[in-house]
Design a protein around this ligand. Structure first.
Ligand SMILES: NC(=O)c1ccc[n+]([C@@H]2O[C@H](COP(=O)([O-])OP(=O)(O)OC[C@H]3O[C@@H](n4cnc5c(N)ncnc54)[C@H](OP(=O)(O)O)[C@@H]3O)[C@@H](O)[C@H]2O)c1
Length: 295
């Protein structure tokens, strides 16, 4: 089995790499091709198609994306090239090769006006360019006819790299106190959890050729705010810093974000018989945190 992973340097891509090597089995080094931006730029559609043709995979996992939500507002063309055109290229190649495509999307396809967890069937209405470009990517994958898993996740973090968790540790270390938005609600989801769940879903799809796949919400269970998440991070790191809850209006950003983007992941749990952990359990499962991990 030949596996192609895009986005090897990202949070989810990094967590997926060892798991995909496990999946590939003994001839792992030859069987898993992992690519980063230096190997192929996703904004170059022709180069991307060639990279897939060279690898001839039976499984393509796309963990690469333009994830800079604020920067996307002024880089719309690049964001669409990476988040919409590139998944379309991968999906067309997957259809040609009869390969399974795993692609990730986001809670930011919703506008946040609901107050109950969003289901896959709920109407989308992104508030910014990032969400618009990711939604366009979903549509490209769905239109291609390739066998796929389209996995919407949310508030992704890891214990290393640059993300909300490591940023909070850095700011706590620098300032000894934090001010964090307390009126946006969502489900923090660790890259490790996404990778582990993805692996199980992929195994099910490979073992059961009749399974169609499709669009699924994949997040940790439960919900909090960025403020609540920051409190939990500080507790886990053993840091006692005051954390003031501020409003979205107190912290203006170029991109508008949904006030509520909790996703209902029950379809995935039911169809794949897979239990997703609570967000606090997943945070607890990370190795010990220290302010050394600050980014
Ligand atoms: N982060 C979140 O909070 C969040 C929330 C919901 C959904 N998601 C989705 O989950 C998936 C994984 O996200 P993540 O947090 O793991 O992303 P990430 O850590 O930001 O990593 C993104 C990856 O994409 C690569 N990339 C970006 N532009 C590229 C280009 N032009 N050519 C080639 N590679 C490029 C990056 O390479 P470099 O390292 O070279 O930049 C990196 O490997 C994405 O589909 C994302 O939209 C993320």
């Amino acid at each position: 089995m030949k596996i192609l992973l895009l986005g090897k340097t990202g949070q989810v891509g990094g967590a997926l790499t060892p798991l995909l090597r496990q999946l590939a089995g003994s001839a792992a080094d030859e069987a898993v091709v992992t690519l980063g931006r230096a190997d192929v730029d996703l904004s170059d559609a022709a180069a991307l198609a060639q990279a897939v043709q060279r690898a001839q995979p039976s499984l393509i996992v796309n963990a690469a994306a333009h994830t800079a939500v604020d920067r996307a507002e002024t880089e719309s063309e690049v964001a669409f090239a990476i988040n919409a055109v590139a998944p379309g290229v991968l999906a067309a190649q997957a259809a040609k090769l009869n390969a399974l495509l795993v692609h990730y999307s986001t809670d930011y396809v919703f506008d946040g006006s609901q107050r109950t967890p969003y289901r896959e069937s709920d109407p989308t209405h992104p508030l910014g360019v990032y969400g618009e470009s990711k939604l366009a990517g979903e549509q490209m994958v769905q239109a291609s006819g390739c066998r796929h898993l389209l996995l919407r996740t949310s508030w992704v973090y890891d214990s290393t790299g640059r993300n909300f968790l490591t940023t909070m540790l850095r700011l706590a270390k620098q300032h000894g106190k934090l001010r964090v938005v307390g009126d946006q609600h969502g489900s923090p989801t660790s890259a490790a959890m996404i990778a582990e769940a993805s692996l199980q879903l992929i195994r099910s799809m490979l073992n059961q050729p009749a399974m169609q796949g499709g669009l699924y919400h994949l997040t940790a269970q439960g919900q909090t705010t960025w403020h609540g998440f920051a409190q939990a991070i500080m507790r886990k790191a053993g840091l006692d810093v005051p954390i003031e809850a501020i409003t979205t209006a107190d912290y203006p950003t170029p991109a508008k974000r949904p006030a509520y983007s909790v996703l209902d992941s029950s379809k995935l749990q039911r169809e794949f018989n897979y239990r997703l952990p609570d967000w606090q359990q997943a945070l607890d499962a990370l190795p010990a945190l220290s302010s050394q991990q600050a980014a």
